[in-house]
Structure formats: C-alpha cells, structure tokens
Design a protein around this ligand. Structure first.
Ligand code: NAG
Length: 133
C-alpha cells in the first residue's frame, strides 16, 4: 500500500514538472542599459512571424514568451544610434538548458550580454557593428 502511494506521488510530481511535459514557457527579456539616454530599437521575428518594431527607453524592458519547443526561435535586430546587432535571442538547442525559464539580454554600450540561469555556463557576448560615419 505504501508503495502504491509513493508511486502515485512520483507520478504526480512527474506530471507537474514542466520540463517533462515539454509545455513549459520561457521568457526572453531585452533590457536597455545603454549609456547616454539612448533609445534601443528591437525588431524580432519568431518561427511564427514578424513581431514588429519596439522602441525601448533607457531601463526599458521588452519581453517575449515562447513554449520551450524545438522550433522555438527569436531572430532579432537591435539598433541604437551608434550601431546594430543581428542575433538570435532564443534558439532551442542553445538555450533550453542555458536559460530554461528566463533568458536575460542586457544591452550595453559595450555590446549585448546574454545571461545564463545555469551558473556553470558562461555569458554570451556580442559586439556592436558600428555604423559607418
Ligand atoms: C526615444 O523614444 C521616444 C519615444 O519613441 C521619443 O519620444 C524620444 O524622442 C526618443 N529619444 C531619442 C534620444 O531619440
């Protein structure tokens, strides 16, 4: 009897675990930490289409959500006064372990910094492509 109860408990937790069911969601967050009060323009496309252009003031946050599924992809153009970055802000293969619930992208004057929820994994750093003068 005790074993049946334990088994039921194990199954209950198994069912409750979002990683196991494959239907968990992850948030992708873009934060504007540019110096000099510069707006950041973010334009992302997902596997399902164009998500439009968003202008973020300094300290503003742009948040996207997706189900953690193999086709999940956010391909984004970041643009500020002095430069641009084109980068995938979410790719299932790279990110489902690196940031299972929350992917944070700090946009800094030095470049784009991708934080990891897994302390064992290093940050991602992407340089600005400077605008030609
Ligand atoms: C930043 O964006 C806001 C809202 O779109 C706009 O009013 C403001 O003029 C912009 N600032 C700069 C420095 O471009």
């Amino acid at each position: 009897m005790e074993h049946v109860f334990l088994l039921a408990l194990v199954i209950a937790f198994w069912e409750a675990s979002p990683v196991v069911t494959g239907t968990s969601t992850v948030s992708i967050n873009v934060l504007n930490y540019l110096r000099g009060d510069l707006n950041l323009t973010v334009h992302c496309k997902s596997q399902d289409g164009d998500l439009g252009v968003h202008v973020l003031p300094v300290y503003g946050r742009y948040q996207l959500y997706t189900n953690v599924i193999k086709s999940a992809l956010f391909s984004c153009d970041l643009s500020m006064r002095d430069g641009t970055i084109v980068y995938d802000l979410y790719r299932y293969e790279r990110d489902h372990i690196r940031c299972p619930t929350q992917c944070i992208w700090d946009v800094k004057t030095e470049g784009l910094v991708g934080l990891s929820e897994d302390a064992a994994q290093s940050e991602i750093f992407v340089n600005w492509r400077r605008r030609a003068n």
